[in-house]
Write a protein that binds this ligand. Structure first.
Ligand SMILES: [Zn+2]
Length: 617
């Protein structure tokens, strides 16, 4: 039976951890309006930030995909944890000791799969690390590192380890740590042979691969011995619930902060290159693990770089100058336009990789390699054009025909002109000749595109109601009891009415102190998921105070008045319509009664209008 964490402890955890710090590990956040932070959503793919965090409310919300909640829901969602696991993880972080409602901290709890696999990886990483330093058989591993200029400190910084050759001692070690055979297998640490499970990485030098938060999700393993049963030089953890090679970047845990700070990421090819870069002072280096750099890697980096229209991060690929490197560059070029605009290539003319370069020429040479980067488009165009004999007229035409489709594939119109000039210069042709060739291609594709549709104008009425509800959720103290007496009919959208009902059920704005607890109780009173999602959005949405001022009591009062005024206006329209349909001669009594109501409503509207004027000039 799972122990239940006491509510007080959960509240203490919520209070102790800062939501912006926790989320900041995964997403680089920057100021986005009063009291809120913005970044690129980790839960859906986007190119301009619609992911909002409001630290004072302890709440996040994405206006793109609708994900939202408190810090616990963020951790649950991003790492696929259960509620209890998420609380435990945050409590660890904050140094809070949790007590469990049933049976105290020793109670046997259901530990979720992710936590179990992480524990298995962490135990294995520690074991391997010790083996590297203590086992005689690890001599070749230590020598491998020394040969590449890595001392013991460097090995420890990166947690490098050695897997004993017998293939069984790891299993015994894990067993002693209470890790089941099944979890070791699922984590990819072991494989099953004819005589049962064995250490998948036996006899290899190991790099633990961590995710952004520093958890070991897998390993990269290099062959050391000629009699290794597996030929491959490098062996990686297979796909597991923790390890997906399409999203894993080696070194991201160490590089994350520096990538956010400098808006630059360097992608290199191997584990030793990442080490060499970091040790040389290029602290933004990462590498893919046993796969080419793909779309998901790009998304991960972009979130950390906070790439958007205002901020342009740089991704620098330290490709090999060889054909494989050129192919990789070309693939990247075709993959994503916006990404390409900020993509650079660092090529070492001697063909040395960063690890070799550091050994031969020192730390500074590695930093220089990165500093000498060239835009990816120039690198790609140069390598395409470079295949032709440009001294011959037909060679120049062939080069143009090869380069033009690449230029035409760029969606960013502003860039095309730049690339056209670049190609003209490279081939030695007139700019207009190149432009004409490119336009032959772009003209054909542009004709097929539909005109962009204009976004529908927002309904003024709903906008006012929404502003008022935001205030009721974010700043209830400003509104006070005058909110609670607004008739339900003043809200025109059923979802808004549900929130008003939730506010009432939570005790009303008049008594609310605000903050996380208030949001929580309104959310708890909400009827369904759609309403809860809306509350989540309203919790982080910016307040649109006229002229960008701070919301105050006068503004709050004006919003209430405006909402009521719009409601009274609708009533007036209804009464007028009824009067129209009446015969003042035959229905004189009813007509006079309604007419009296109309006069009353008109007066009320006039009062509300003057009260509301301050807020809506
Ligand atoms: Zn989203």
């Amino acid at each position: 039976v799972a122990g239940r964490i006491r509510d007080e402890d959960i509240a203490a955890v919520r209070e102790a951890v800062r939501i912006d710090e926790v989320i900041g590990q995964y997403v680089t956040l920057k100021p986005g309006g009063a009291g809120s932070l913005k970044g690129l959503c980790p839960f859906h793919d986007e190119k301009s930030p619609s992911f909002n965090v409001r630290p004072a409310m302890g709440h996040f919300h994405c206006f793109g995909c609708g994900e939202g909640g408190d810090v616990i829901s963020f951790v649950r969602k991003i790492d696929g944890l259960t509620f209890v696991e998420a609380v435990e993880r945050l409590a660890d972080r904050a140094g809070i000791r949790l007590t469990y409602a049933e049976g105290g901290p020793t109670v046997a709890r259901d530990v979720g799969q992710r936590a179990r696999l992480l524990a298995a990886n962490s135990a294995a990483a520690e074991y391997y690390r010790q083996q590297l330093h203590t086992s005689a058989a690890a001599r070749d591993g230590r020598q491998f590192l020394a040969d590449r200029g890595f001392d013991r400190d460097a090995a420890d910084t990166f947690g490098i380890g050695f897997a004993p050759r017998d293939g069984e001692s790891l299993i015994r070690h894990l067993c002693g740590r209470g890790i089941s055979d099944e979890d070791a297998l699922t984590a990819g640490l072991t494989a099953t042979g004819q005589r049962g499970p064995y250490d998948r990485f036996r006899g290899r030098l190991l790099w633990p691969i961590r995710d952004v938060s520093g958890d070991v999700v897998g390993f990269g393993a290099r062959r050391l011995f000629d009699d290794d049963r597996i030929e491959a030089k490098y062996l990686n953890t297979p796909e597991t619930p923790l390890y997906r090679k399409s999203t894993v970047l080696y070194g991201i845990d160490l590089a994350r902060k520096e990538i956010a700070r400098t808006s630059q990421a360097v992608v290199v090819e191997g584990y030793t290159d990442v080490m060499a870069c970091h040790l040389s002072g290029v602290g933004t280096a990462v590498a893919t693990c046993g796969t080419a750099f793909g779309e998901d890697h790009g998304k991960l980096l972009r979130r950390l770089l906070l790439d958007d229209a205002q901020m342009r991060g740089e991704v620098i690929f330290a490709f090999d100058g060889d054909e494989a490197g050129q192919k990789a560059a070309l693939r990247t070029f075709k993959a994503d336009d916006q990404f390409v605009a900020q993509t650079y290539v660092a090529v070492e003319p001697t063909g040395l990789d960063p690890c070799e370069l550091r050994q031969k020429s020192g730390d500074e040479a590695v930093r220089e390699l990165v500093a000498r980067r060239v835009p990816l488009y120039r690198f790609v165009l140069a390598s395409v054009v470079g295949r032709y004999d440009l001294d011959r007229a037909d060679g120049r035409i062939d080069a143009l025909r090869a380069a033009a489709p690449l230029v035409a594939s760029v969606r960013d119109q502003a860039k095309i002109g730049e690339y056209v000039r670049e190609v003209a210069r490279m081939i030695g042709l007139d700019v207009e000749v190149v432009r004409a060739e490119v336009e032959k291609i772009t003209g054909a594709s542009r004709r097929g595109r539909p005109a962009s549709r204009q976004a529908p104008g927002r309904d003024r009425q709903l906008q006012v109601e929404r502003e008022l509800l935001k205030l009721a959720i974010q700043r209830p103290a400003l509104l006070g009891p005058e909110f609670d007496v607004i008739p339900m009919e003043a809200f025109t959208d059923p979802a808004y009415r549900a929130i008003v009902a939730g506010v009432a059920a939570a005790g009303g704005v008049g008594v609310a102190a605000g903050g996380e607890r208030w949001v929580e109780s309104v959310t708890a009173a909400a009827g369904d998921d759609a309403v809860r999602a809306l509350i989540s959005a309203l919790t982080v949405e910016d307040l649109h105070v006229p002229a960008g001022g701070e919301p105050d009591g006068r503004y709050a009062s004006a919003l209430v008045a405006r909402t009521q005024e719009l409601h009274v206006s609708r009533e007036i329209t209804e009464v007028k319509a009824k009067l129209e349909r009446m015969n003042p001669v035959t229905q004189v009594e009813e007509y006079n009664r309604l007419f009296g109501i109309l006069i009353g409503l008109e007066q009320r509207r006039q009062q509300l209008r003057s009260r509301g004027e301050n807020g809506f000039a």
